[in-house]
Design a protein around this ligand. Structure first.
Ligand SMILES: [Zn+2]
Length: 328
């Protein structure tokens, strides 16, 4: 059994003391995901770890849930809302996607505003800024963000934990291709169960892709080696898999380390060789381009208290509630 100091040491002095450390840094827009997410790879952050473990961050408010340990800098009605949503999200992942084999809890530190978040990231996490809207430190199982950064930041960053731990044999493009999938949704509470609708394009990402959208070369995107800088392109692939009903299968095949005899997990999920997928991909891009105006007016990710409110909202914004059935 570990003593307290050892426990804290391992908790805050990352295990990348002895290997290359990777720190992902996401930058969103106004309320999360409206501007380019940016990821920074920081190598050798471990300097000094051996002799001086990081301090335990003292935040005045703490809320422990089944899967998360939430720390808030100030009191806010958002604490209860986020605590409920956070566990609901993990239950939904377990139910609708795959069951991550993850050692919870995930530590979550929520600062009062973006400036205070930036200071926290630089002074306590020792990551150079700007940090943007949220950050997940793999080795510490630690997510940091600030109030008003939005639910999409939380779902995206949290999924990094599972990508790293449960999808170890993933291709490089999935490093961001998978977490970005989870950043856009609409839904409601059905008693204590979270119901979310997925597969929506993200307005700012489509805007960012601009005229390149219909020119995206599938094999080039799949062989991407810079996921941090190409998130918007990579998200197009995961949304394509979703639209084809193959996204969940893709995740499960990676988790099972099983390519079913294909050259890639992508082809295994599609049950087709790449050359036979290209025309489907091109049609998908053209379809997204045709719907560009409607996509650009999609509202922020939102969760409603009940199905009635959600249906009214969906109707108002022309949001489809037809979900593509995902095949295993
Ligand atoms: Zn990310």
């Amino acid at each position: 059994m570990r003593n307290t100091w050892t426990h804290l040491y391992h908790q805050f002095c990352p295990d990348y003391c002895s290997r290359m450390g990777r720190v992902r840094l996401q930058v969103g827009p106004n309320s999360v995901w409206l501007c380019a997410l940016m990821t920074v790879v920081v190598i050798s952050l471990a300097v000094g770890c051996v002799s001086s473990p990081h301090p335990v961050y003292q935040f005045p408010l703490r809320k422990q849930t089944r899967y998360f340990d939430l720390h808030y800098e100030r009191n806010s009605p958002q604490i209860e809302v986020m605590a409920r949503f956070a566990d609901g999200y993990i239950n939904l992942i377990n139910r609708d996607f795959f069951k991550p084999d993850f050692e919870y809890p995930i530590q979550v530190f929520v600062l009062g505003n973006q400036n205070r978040f930036e200071n926290f990231v630089q002074r306590e996490l020792h990551v150079p800024g700007p940090a943007g809207f949220g950050i997940y430190l793999y080795s510490n199982k630690l997510l940091a963000t600030y109030e008003d950064s939005g639910l999409g930041t939380f779902t995206h960053e949290t999924f990094h934990a599972f990508v790293e731990r449960d999808l170890k044999s993933r291709p490089a493009w999935a490093d961001e291709g998978v977490p970005t999938f989870f950043e856009k949704f609409y839904g409601y509470w059905k008693n204590d169960e979270l119901v979310l609708f997925w597969g929506f394009q993200n307005p700012w990402r489509i805007r960012e892709l601009g005229n390149n959208l219909t020119q995206l070369n599938l094999s080039e995107v799949l062989s991407d080696q810079n996921p941090e800088s190409d998130e918007s392109k990579l998200r197009m692939v995961s949304l394509f898999l979703w639209q084809q009903g193959r996204f969940r299968r893709f995740l499960k095949l990676i988790a099972a380390n099983d390519k079913r005899g294909y050259a890639s997990y992508f082809e295994a999920a599609m049950e087709l060789p790449l050359e036979k997928i290209v025309s489907l991909w091109q049609n998908y891009l053209l379809d997204v381009d045709r719907r560009r105006a409607a996509i650009l007016s999609l509202p922020l990710s939102t969760v409603f208290e009940n199905e009635g409110e959600f249906r009214t909202f969906a109707k108002l914004h022309g949001i489809s509630t037809e979900q593509v059935k995902q095949r295993d």
